[in-house]
Design a protein around this ligand. Structure first.
Ligand SMILES: O=C(O)c1ccccc1NCC(=O)[C@H](O)[C@H](O)COP(=O)(O)O
Length: 260
C-alpha cells in the first residue's frame, strides 16, 4: 500500500462524516459560493514566471516543514512576490492544513487559489467553491476516467479551473479530456518519495498543446525552471522550497527576481 492508498482510506471516512454533518445545500448557501472565480490557467498563460506557490506545513515525505506558519501572512507575501497563484493544502492529517486555511487565504489575497486536496467525492468540489477556491486538483492515480470526467465537468459548471495531476503515461492517457484546463506532472515518486525532473521532461511529449503544462514538486532553484521551460511548462508548483524558510513570501520574491 503506498501513501496515496492510505490517504484515500482516511479521506473516504472524513468525507462521509462531513456529509453527515454539513449538507450540500448549506455549502451552496455560503457567501463565497457565488463569488466570480479567477482563472489560474489564464494567469499562467499570461505570465513569464509561472510560479504557483504552496502553503504546506508538513508532508508525508518531509514531516514538519513550517508547523506554525500564518497562512494570511504567507498569502500576502506570495501575492507581493508576484506569483501567479497559490496552492493551499486543506488535508489535516498528513499535511497539517484545513479549510480554514483556504478561507483565511481567500480573505487575504485576490490571487487564484488552488484547493490542494485528495478529491474522491463531488462533495469536496462544492466545498472548494464554498470556501473560496478558484481551482481544484484532481489526482489521476486515485480516480477512474469516469470520475475524472464527472468531477471535472462539475468543476467547470461551478466556474472552477481543473488541474489534473499525473505521475506516468497510463494516468496521462486516461485523463485527457476537454474539461481539464491544466495538466500537472508530479516529479515525486509516491512509492519512494524520490524527486526527478525527468518525469516532467519524459511526459511532456505526450501532453497535447492545448493544455497548460504544470511541473509539480521538487523544484528548488532557477536552474530547474530553465531546464523545464523548453519542454513547454508554463506553471511550476513550489511548496517546500519557500515554506522551509522563516519568510516564505520573501523567499518567493527573491526566487522570482532571479528569474527575471
Ligand atoms: O509532499 C509530499 O510528501 C506528498 C506526499 C504524498 C502525496 C502528495 C505529496 N505532496 C503534494 C504535492 O503535490 C506537493 O506538495 C507539491 O507538488 C509541492 O511540492 P514541493 O515543492 O516538493 O514541496
Amino acid at each position: 500500500m503506498n501513501i496515496l492508498d492510505k490517504i484515500v482510506i482516511d479521506k473516504r471516512k472524513e468525507v462521509a462524516l462531513k456529509k453527515s454533518i454539513i449538507p450540500i445545500s448549506q455549502l451552496e448557501n455560503s457567501v463565497l459560493f457565488d463569488r466570480p472565480t479567477v482563472s489560474l490557467a489564464q494567469a499562467l498563460r499570461n505570465s513569464s514566471s509561472g510560479i504557483i506557490a504552496e502553503h504546506k506545513r508538513r508532508s508525508p515525505s518531509k514531516a514538519v516543514i513550517n508547523q506554525n506558519s500564518s497562512v494570511s501572512e504567507v498569502a500576502v507575501g506570495y501575492e507581493h512576490a508576484g506569483v501567479c497563484g497559490m496552492s493551499v493544502l486543506t488535508d489535516g492529517k498528513y499535511f497539517g492544513g484545513s479549510l480554514d486555511d483556504l478561507l483565511l487565504a481567500r480573505a487575504s489575497v485576490q490571487l487564484p487559489l488552488l484547493r490542494k486536496e485528495f478529491i474522491i467525492d463531488e462533495y469536496q468540489i462544492i466545498e472548494a467553491k464554498a470556501y473560496g477556491a478558484d481551482v481544484i486538483l484532481l489526482i489521476a492515480a486515485i480516480l477512474s476516467r469516469e470520475e475524472i470526467k464527472a468531477y471535472s465537468e462539475l468543476a467547470k459548471q461551478l466556474q472552477l479551473d481543473v488541474l489534473l495531476e499525473v505521475h506516468n503515461e497510463e494516468e496521462l492517457y486516461k485523463s485527457i479530456m476537454p474539461s481539464i484546463d491544466m495538466l500537472g506532472v508530479n516529479n515525486r515518486n509516491l512509492k519512494t518519495f524520490e524527486l526527478s525532473l525527468e518525469t516532467s521532461k519524459t511526459l511532456s511529449r505526450l501532453i497535447p498543446n492545448d493544455f497548460v503544462r504544470v511541473s509539480e514538486s521538487g523544484i528548488s532553484n532557477i536552474a530547474a525552471i530553465k531546464e523545464l521551460q523548453p519542454y513547454g511548462y508554463q506553471g511550476f508548483l513550489i511548496g517546500e522550497n519557500f515554506m522551509k524558510t522563516d519568510a516564505p513570501g520573501q523567499s518567493a520574491t527573491d526566487f522570482i527576481n532571479k528569474l527575471k
